[in-house]
Design a protein around this ligand. Structure first.
Ligand SMILES: [Zn+2]
Length: 186
């Protein structure tokens, strides 16, 4: 299937994704396609809305080399098998705080510091329909929070500081205008 890669200003990025109630062949194909698209675009995660879908599915994959607290250190999340395909993910617990620069495949050319929880516990269904609970720390926790935000129509630029928001306003406005013209919704 051909997908439209959706970027800032595309209204689908603001839609809330619907809960998945049935896992079928089409959904499995979608999950494989999402993993492929994430890889091709060198992302560490991808949510349904980014390819124009509005169901609660996201994928996450971070390089093992950055799943560490210090360079060449042990993995922060040694029990987590990557990549992750998560259906209906819910953040059930958060702990601590981390602040780091974030970007998004759907918000080109913009990077900004975002505060996130340092650790999260998330429940979800895997692609076999099995209920899972996962505890994640560090970059993996950041990526999971970013993707779950997408499923609720939230972008990382919504979470930057008020001062940073002002400095990004012009760029975001331009991106939105370009997209609206492209989609014919200006
Ligand atoms: Zn994103």
């Amino acid at each position: 299937m051909k997908y439209r890669f959706c970027t800032y200003g595309d209204p689908v990025l603001r839609q809330k994704a619907e809960i998945i109630r049935r896992i079928d062949g089409a959904l499995k194909v979608l999950s494989v396609d999402m993993l492929k698209i994430m890889k091709e675009r060198k992302g560490v995660g991808l949510a349904a809305q980014q390819i124009g879908q509005t169901i609660q599915i996201c994928v996450v994959d971070i390089p093992l080399a950055i799943d560490v607290a210090v360079p060449d250190g042990p993995r922060l999340n040694p029990d987590v098998t990557l990549p992750l395909v998560m259906l209906n993910p819910v953040l059930v617990a958060k702990k601590g705080a981390q602040r780091d620069t974030e970007g998004c495949l759907s918000v080109p050319e913009i990077w900004a510091p975002v505060n996130r929880a340092a650790e999260v516990t998330v429940t979800y269904l895997d692609i076999q329909g099995v209920q899972q609970e996962l505890h994640a720390r560090g970059m993996l926790a950041r990526a999971i929070q970013h993707e779950i935000d997408h499923l609720h129509g939230v972008l990382f630029v919504d979470r930057v500081s008020p001062v940073k928001k002002i400095t990004l306003a012009g760029k975001l406005k331009r991106l939105r205008k370009e997209k609206e013209t492209e989609l014919g919704i200006a």
